[in-house]
Write a protein that binds this ligand. Sequence first.
Ligand SMILES: Nc1nc2c(c(=O)[nH]1)N[C@H]1C(S)=C(S)[C@@H](COP(=O)(O)OP(=O)(O)OC[C@H]3O[C@@H](n4cnc5c(N)ncnc54)[C@H](O)[C@@H]3O)O[C@H]1N2
Ligand code: MOO
Length: 400
Amino acid sequence: MTDPVVASSVEEHRARVLAGVTRLRRTETLALGDALGRVLAADVVAVRSVPPFDHAAMDGFAVRAGDVGTPPAELPVTGVVAAGDVAPQLPAGAAIRIMTGAPVPPGADLVVPFEWTTGGDPVRVLQTAPPGRHIRRQGEDVRAGEIALLAGTRLGPAQLGLLTSVGSTEVSACARPRLAVVSTGAELVEGHVPDSNSPTLVAAGRAAGVEAAAFGPVPDDPAGFRAQLAAVAEAADVVVTTGGISAGDHDVVKAALRGEPGFWFGPVAMKPGRPQGCGAVVASDGRRVPVVTLPGTPIAAYASFLLYVVPLLHALAGTPWRPATAPLAADVPGGDRTVVLPGVLGRDGRIRPLRGHAGHSQRLLAAADALLVVPATGRLVPEGTAVEVLSPGPKEDLHA
Ligand SMILES: Nc1nc2c(c(=O)[nH]1)N[C@H]1C(S)=C(S)[C@@H](COP(=O)(O)OP(=O)(O)OC[C@H]3O[C@@H](n4cnc5c(N)ncnc54)[C@H](O)[C@@H]3O)O[C@H]1N2
Ligand code: MOO
């Protein structure tokens, strides 16, 4: 029997899942040490300048450029200044030994590296340069009072360093999305089948950088499921369910939500993961909490999570998301629907489907580096074609 329902494409379903989703507005204050991977909720104004004071960029002698204008020039050495010292005044016609990072003595406007001198005292300066050379000026990188980083910036190692240098000790960060995973199925509740979707999807959420917790499995009872969904949505920013959405007699998720306004259930032209659904519930505080209902079959659930939920998590976090791609290492047949295959990445960055793909093998999935998305071209997809590659992180991770 042919299916009377026209299947959506993967792209159509991705757009459907993302429709109406906006960045979370919750913020929290974090110590800088806890802020890796987080997104700034507000501009950061520099408290301190970078560099904090004029300092030497080379080991050498601090001098007045005018005193060494026509080298060679011989100058008495009146002192030495190292990083951490208070700079002594430079008398006219003299030099002060200076170490990299040391404050420039008042009066000096040039640091002559040791290599341009004979060293010793008096020092003979053999080569010169215009005033300012080998001096890093206070605030030349960032001036106190100016914006060091803009709201929306993601904090990686370099940003944490900059914030430390400008005197920040804590930041206002966007809250991390909270992902709730609700698995369904009487066979899970009764222990006949281990609930492998919950740990996989919680881990995938965490690998993508969000807070994630499992709240299933819940039994095949629509009223009970609805109550659990409502309870979970109170403390979640997105709820992902697994199972119960195909055409069976006990498909609890579909039975519970099919009639709810804004929910969609239907086929997507992909394999695995043909049955899909999505919608939203409204929490008691008025928040719209997106719900993505994934198929129960473990590979279908995982592939669908990476295709649809990871971009949704980015949208909630306010971080950019774009599909990762890699060139195919071999020809792959393209059919009438998108196929998601476990793949291995070569050192050359090309991806190859694992041999012996058996449709639903969790063993093969566990042997894969990533999933590769074969487009529904209806003909051979040649080696070298860039295809979408799915993994929860770290390339596409949104928060540490
Ligand atoms: N008549 C039809 N039957 C099915 C269709 C269809 O279009 N017409 N689609 C098939 C496809 S494709 C898939 S995928 C599955 C999806 O079904 P559900 O989302 O309703 O999932 P369940 O029936 O609840 O479970 C499917 C399978 O996966 C196992 N499972 C479920 N949850 C977990 C879990 N958390 N951990 C481990 N394993 C899980 C479950 O025991 C079943 O074996 O529907 C086809 N049928
Ligand atoms: O699409 Mo289902 O995912 O074959 O198992």
